[in-house]
Design a protein around this ligand. Sequence first.
Ligand code: ADP
Ligand code: MG
Length: 679
Amino acid sequence: MIELQQPVTRLKGVGVSVELRLARLGITTVEDLIGHYPRRYEDFSKITPIRLMKPGPVTLRGQVQQIASRRARSRRLSITEAIISDDTGTVKAVWFNQPYLAKSLATGTEVFVSGRLEFRNNDLALQAPSIESVNAETKNTARIVPVYPETEGLSSKQLRGLILPLLANIEQLPETLPEEIIAGYKLVSRAEAMSEIHFPSSTVKLSRARHRLAFEELFFLILASQVIKQEIKTEKAPRIKLDVAVVKRLLAQLQFQLTDAQRKAAWQILQDLESDQPMNRLLEGDVGSGKTVVAMISAAVANASGHQVALMVPTDILARQHHDKIAPIMAELGFRTGILLGSQPVATKRPVLQDLAEGNIDLLIGTHALLSGPVKFNKLGLVIIDEQHRFGVQQRQVLKQKAGRLPHLLSMTATPIPRSLALTVYGDLDISIIDSLPPGRQKITTRVTRDKERDEVYSFIDQQIGEGQQVFVVCPLINESDKTGSKSVLAEAERLQKTVFKHRRIGLLHGKLKSDEKEDVMVRFARRDIDILVSTNVIEVGIDIPNATIMMIEGADHFGLAALHQMRGRVGRGTQASYCFLLYDNLSTGAAERLAAMEKTADGFRLAQIDLEMRGPGQIYGIRQHGVLELELADIGDTKLVAAVREAVASFATKPSAMLKYPHIKERVNALKAVTSLD
Ligand code: ADP
Ligand code: MG
């Protein structure tokens, strides 16, 4: 029997130390272990006669002629050497610090040997090859051999030793996909796929196995979003009638015209609101594309029809910024805006909660605190979530309780996920995209900057400050505690103040500050009482200070593309020319490519695409938010696969009886439905 829930400690060869190492890889059960897919493979399946072997990876079948260990000059090192022969010739094999090999392999043993044949010190030898007797089933030689994600003290070889015995009973592995789907799409069984993904019997079978498992990953992901979509359809939301006059009065207060993209997005939202089906829409728009105004229009229309609106944001700073900008505009329309933060003292919260419950607040802006128990709305009709991607069912349930029925939902994100990807991952959401920036924006000149150009950058910064501009300096860390050499906010602020920028006003911002301290800093920065704001990447999200024109990022190699783009988006918001300097500690390959991409392109969607190509879909910022959403094998960029799975889901999900027939599918879908980016 293969008992998936069994702890790995029950397996032969798993003692305390292996248990701990497995745990580091996230493996505690048998199921985790077989779900630990190889990272790549070494094809050692082809056996070459010794005489024909060339340097590189090879496999041979031969006989051990001679094997012995000795101590090297350095006493800590042991060297084992063997001579192996077949009908065509002999070859030497060398191992370091594996003295047991000489004891375990008697001369005359028939063996498979797989490894790299290399010239070293004028000597051609197999360097530390795997060697196994031909009498047993091989794990490390003479086949396509899996190479696993490893951890210190746990090699692929050991993982092979743990996984291979499990595959003996793999036929008993329960099937997870519906029979008709397996038959209809000519998929291999789950058992076969599992076996072949670990120890492929051929490359063709390996690719069938990967296809099957990738299909399954996407199947459940897409099915879950379809189920959510259908469930939302059965709910009733309040109809919110469009009041054109209110929209006009709002627009009249702005100093600018809406862009076409903003107008279109707003129109799509307003149409959704008029329906009694709950809106579930994602508004995507690059940093600075002007999503806030669109949110404001939606809120004003909802308020005008007598409904309350909640605007939820990830940080206190952002809540306060939105409140300061939005409240006066809403006030002109006769609507009252309130703010609610977890960090506020009870005495501040109490009147807000009361006003809200009595319907005296029309728009409530805040953080997660909006979802907490004591918050009672009078007539909640629309919920807007800024800088978030997806709202879990749990949150939706909470809202439903607060509103009496499901309110309309609008999520806004500046993480530009390509549309095809968004449709797959967020299939339950309708999507609006603001695909152009407001006119008149200055291009942000971006430069990857070497450390020796630092002084030049500082004098440029100083000159810009002299002309009235403001500057962000971002460091990856708060304290100096790390060893990576990255700059910390505290030390860097002090250094700048004591040396280069003695005569400038420097402010500090990081996540450990209390909420009111953060606010104080942001207010002073917005009032231009601070010239240089030294910050961690808390500055990443949403901050809008049009007078700031320089973004200097220390240790830029420590940040992902999406984060870098977000940070850069803090400047270039006004009409002044803006600059982004990317300093780095260490340009590894990935980092060099990322920074070069930042220099070359300003388009968030394009950068997201590059990120996708460089790191694979599972890694995309914003998608890898939750364990269950991780896609190990499926490539969301694989449009053929995605299309097939979408079709499969459509054929399956339209039959109401289908889900009942497969309780485990229902379970998986429920787990996926609970996924949320808010926890
Ligand atoms: P984001 O989409 O990143 O949330 P914001 O809503 O903060 O962007 O808008 C960025 C800046 O652009 C704000 O200062 C806002 O007032 C301004 N803005 C928004 N729409 C327009 C427009 N159509 N024309 C000019 N400026 C605009
Ligand atoms: Mg924003």
